[in-house]
Design a protein around this ligand. Sequence first.
Ligand code: SAM
Length: 285
Amino acid sequence: MGVNEFSNNLINNTAMLMSSPPVHQSETEPKKDETSNNESQIDKSGQRVQKMFGEIAPRYDLMNHVLSGGTDYYWRWYTIRKASPSGTSPILDVCTGTGDLAFAYWKRGRKQIPVIGSDFTQEMLELAREKFKKKYRKEGDATSVEFVQADTQELPFDDDRFQIVSVAFGLRNIADTMQGLKEMMRVCQPGGRVVILEFSLPGNKLLRGIYTWYFRNILPRIGQFFARNKHDAYEYLPETVSAFPYGQQLATLLEQAGLKKVKFIPLTFGIATLYIGYKPESNVT
Ligand SMILES: C[S@@+](CC[C@H](N)C(=O)[O-])C[C@H]1O[C@@H](n2cnc3c(N)ncnc32)[C@H](O)[C@@H]1O
């Protein structure tokens, strides 16, 4: 059994265990004061965020897999199935980093659907392009994955262009969340989907306590050891996760941005959540 086959089997077997049914409201979500919500105090200036991701870029993939225990594969696997592409209209993955969700979507579309990955950190994009050349691109592929440097708050794409606009673990990094969402919606086709994968906190109080402790005390140490980052990337992670809205709060924000039929699905005991919303068919609401 190849590594891919093994990981696919593992993923299939754990899929049922790790995902919960879609919900519209979580009764177990902590109240704001439990998660020390002080989003406005976190410095998310483009300069800081770009510098931080630029520094950790060479070890980003490794750290991602280590710190998530490989669960990130499953989250992407689940995402591209729950929000599966169809037809031939292109897909955009913003805050794409090293491109893993963009590649997953490209493969899901059997390489017949063009995919663009955009990000404002050049170092991440270089790794994404390199990965595409070495690992994914084959002679004669009908389409490709293109990487474009762009701030999600000001996307250089025409209105109504993409059937799916996705973002994985990037939304909470965008300085102006609402502006990022509006741009994602603008470039999405009417009737198309905005798909968001983002960290969240477990609904169960005990699990939440253990997870928050790990997040604040262990993860930054492992992260800094491996990534040798001077600019606090793995302290920034728990800070932003515990301050960013999730579950019903984020779903409400997506509705405020104009998305319809928003649903959210907690994954892996609620440490990540998948959100899917539709851009209305017309401007009439
Ligand atoms: C945690 S990484 C996620 C990367 C990738 N999507 C993944 O799932 O591994 C966040 C990425 O968002 C990018 N980013 C943050 N704010 C951005 C913005 N305003 N515009 C474009 N990219 C941004 C960073 O450069 C970084 O590559």
